[in-house]
Design a protein around this ligand. Structure first.
Ligand SMILES: [Mn+2]
Length: 326
């Protein structure tokens, strides 16, 4: 990591304009990492121009700050830094391609071939959040972590770890989080906003749970995009509720939420309990993500049996004992 950190710092110091980009449909880790990085860079280099490109999470704008409005020319002159996203193709704003140089801080496993990145990579996919990697970068390279920066990093870590429950949460994660607490970061307030679920979302979780079925060891649900929209959710919002299918059933080791957009296209989100790595299944369908949390698109026109094939592959996942104690 040391070498990548130094390369990253060299790139940052060589550019006066920096634009920070995240993935489409930004989540707490994406937006939190963008805010944290903008703050720590501006604290350290007050003369640089550092901007966040993307839509952010509006419910946090009062507490943590907003993304910037950035014109094409600025992006074209900037060092583009990706956070929480593996490649330019997956960045929210396609103008990210136009940067002068490229750097990324990420914890996704790149889908080799589909997600190449031509720039400096600070990547560690054992980390629970991109924000945790940014904290390590700040600590190793002496960047200041203010209370605001710590708050944004806390948002990233607490959401990506499912309140410190998911695989990949480590003693180091807790050490970092405790440092934020020591700085006076208002962790409870951040959690209240981050995990607030309006009635339409709560009702939809009930809907998904009712519709879910078993395919051998896989709990899955197939829902239609139009049924999401009828219930006031976008299909992408619906897909992000996949974790709510987990309800303490010891015989279930994998969870799969599928949204059918039309006759030809479906999207699937895959999750598993510890020891059943779903990432390989997702990449075999052209998707990607993390070891125990991945997603993919299914082309039903080319492969009408894709859903069944996906469920079958998930059921046949081998338990990986090495992951049990980690
Ligand atoms: Mn993340």
């Amino acid at each position: 990591m040391e070498h990548a950190f130094k390369e990253a710092q060299r790139l940052i110091e060589a550019h006066d304009i920096i634009t920070i980009h995240g993935h489409a449909m930004p989540d707490g880790d994406c937006y939190g990492s963008q805010i944290a990085l903008r703050n720590m860079l501006l604290d350290r280099y007050p003369n640089k121009r550092v901007y966040i490109v993307g839509s952010g999470i509006p419910s946090f704008f009062d507490l943590l700050g907003k993304p910037d409005i950035v014109d094409d020319e600025t992006i074209a002159q900037s060092l583009v830094i990706l956070v929480d996203v593996s490649c330019l193709r997956r960045a929210e704003d396609p103008r990210s391609f136009n940067g002068k140089s490229f750097l990324k801080f990420d914890h996704h496993r790149p889908n080799e071939g589909l997600e190449s990145f031509d720039g400096v990579s600070v990547v560690d996919y054992r980390r629970i959040a991109a924000a945790e990697i940014l904290y390590e970068f700040a600590e190793a390279m002496g960047y200041p972590v203010s209370k605001l920066t710590g708050s944004a990093m806390y948002l990233g870590i607490v959401t990506d770890s499912g309140r410190f429950a998911y695989h990949g949460t480590t003693p180091r994660t807790m050490e970092i989080v405790n440092r934020f607490r020591g700085m006076g970061v208002r962790t409870k307030q951040i959690e209240r906003i981050a995990f607030y679920r309006p009635p339409r979302i709560r009702n939809f979780i009930t809907y998904i749970r009712r519709r879910s079925k078993m395919y051998r060891s896989v709990r899955y649900a197939v829902i239609k995009a139009e049924d999401c929209i009828k219930r006031d959710l976008t299909p992408d919002e619906a897909l992000r509720l996949v974790n709510s299918m987990k309800v303490n059933e010891p015989e279930v080791h994998t969870y799969c939420l599928i949204v059918r957009f039309n006759e030809d296209l479906a999207k699937a989100e895959l999750r598993s309990n510890r020891s059943y790595p779903v990432h390989g299944v997702a990449t075999s369908f052209g998707g990607g993500g993390h070891r125990f949390a991945s997603g993919c698109e299914l082309n039903l026109q080319k492969d009408p049996d894709a859903i069944e094939r996906l469920l079958k592959e998930l059921d046949q996942l081998e338990r990986n004992l090495e992951d049990d104690g980690a």
